[in-house]
Ligand binder design. Structure first.
Ligand SMILES: C[S@@+](CC[C@H](N)C(=O)[O-])C[C@H]1O[C@@H](n2cnc3c(N)ncnc32)[C@H](O)[C@@H]1O
Length: 267
């Protein structure tokens, strides 16, 4: 008889079957033009974090936990000596290996982070699009292990979702018995503190598009194509960067924001 699957196993099976809709995309179903613009902006922010972090290429290593198709793995590889890219969903793992083939400093591994017996301590860990499906206990265990494998001064970059007032826990439409957790920034701050990490910054990683209520329609009519133009991407990046500089989290544009949360292990 088949053993019941854990929540983590169900989540990984979901990603294995659903896949991701393009190299740019962290999800299985999205407008290709919008994800292209989103990825342009998010990639620049990750690059800036690497450039300003003082992590030197000479001896630095990183880990991309839930690498998907490798959009962030490749950015890490351009800045670091060694990158471990963990992807437990086999169908994504084989594409990840192909996408990273030009980088001899990327080691892709077909496993989940909890089962990964690493001897390394890292200068940076990226966890993007993983934790919103995780219960509090699972997030706790994962972050504890990340913190234990960070070098002093090392960074954790979590890309996840936040809400303004109250935890939103919405039954997942694709994980049986699972939830999507949209947490408060306090939750992340307290968690970081518990593991001697300092939450130095939370900022919107994706642009707020004009007329958000009409975005679905814009998408269906194919009009979102305008956001894939190079000039539009640059404008959306400037606009999102300016919000970051002013410390604005634009909950008017959406009650659930996609954010980068930057945590640093104390020296
Ligand atoms: C939403 S996708 C995001 C992919 C990529 N990080 C991005 O932002 O484009 C989440 C990925 O995390 C993987 N994943 C889920 N739980 C994981 C775990 N415990 N350890 C490592 N990877 C995990 C899934 O298989 C899936 O490919």
């Amino acid at each position: 008889m088949r053993r019941p699957q854990s929540l983590k196993e169900q989540i990984i099976e979901y990603w294995d079957k659903a896949g991701l809709c393009s190299f740019d995309s962290p999800t299985s179903n999205a407008d290709p033009y919008l994800v292209s613009c989103d990825n342009f902006v998010e990639s620049r922010f990750l690059e800036e974090l690497l450039e300003t972090s003082g992590i030197s290429k000479q001896d630095a290593s990183g880990i991309d936990i839930g690498a998907g198709l490798g959009r962030f793995t490749i950015i890490l590889a351009k800045h670091l000596k060694l990158v471990h890219a963990l992807e437990p969903a086999s169908s994504l793992y084989s594409k990840l290996v192909a996408n990273c083939a030009d980088f001899s400093n990327i080691k892709a591994i077909n496993t989940d982070f909890e089962s990964f017996d690493t001897q390394n301590d890292y200068n940076i860990a990226v966890v993007s699009g993983v934790l919103y499906l995780y219960s509090d206990d699972m997030v706790h265990e994962l972050l504890k292990k990340v913190a234990n494998h960070l070098k002093p001064g090392g960074l954790v970059v979590i890309r996840d979702f936040i809400v303004e007032d109250e935890l939103k826990q919405i039954p997942s439409s694709y994980i049986n018995g699972g939830f999507c957790y949209y947490r408060l920034s306090h939750y992340w701050r307290d968690l970081a503190q518990e593991f001697s990490l300092e939450l130095s910054e939370i900022f919107q990683s994706k642009p707020s598009y004009p007329m958000p209520k009409l975005l679905g329609l814009t998408s269906r009519l194919g009009l979102a194509r305008v956001f894939s133009a190079s000039i539009a991407k640059k404008l959306m990046y400037q606009n999102t960067k300016s919000k970051r500089e002013k410390g604005i989290l634009d909950f008017h544009s959406s009650p659930i924001l996609t954010v980068f949360m930057v945590m640093r292990r104390k020296q």
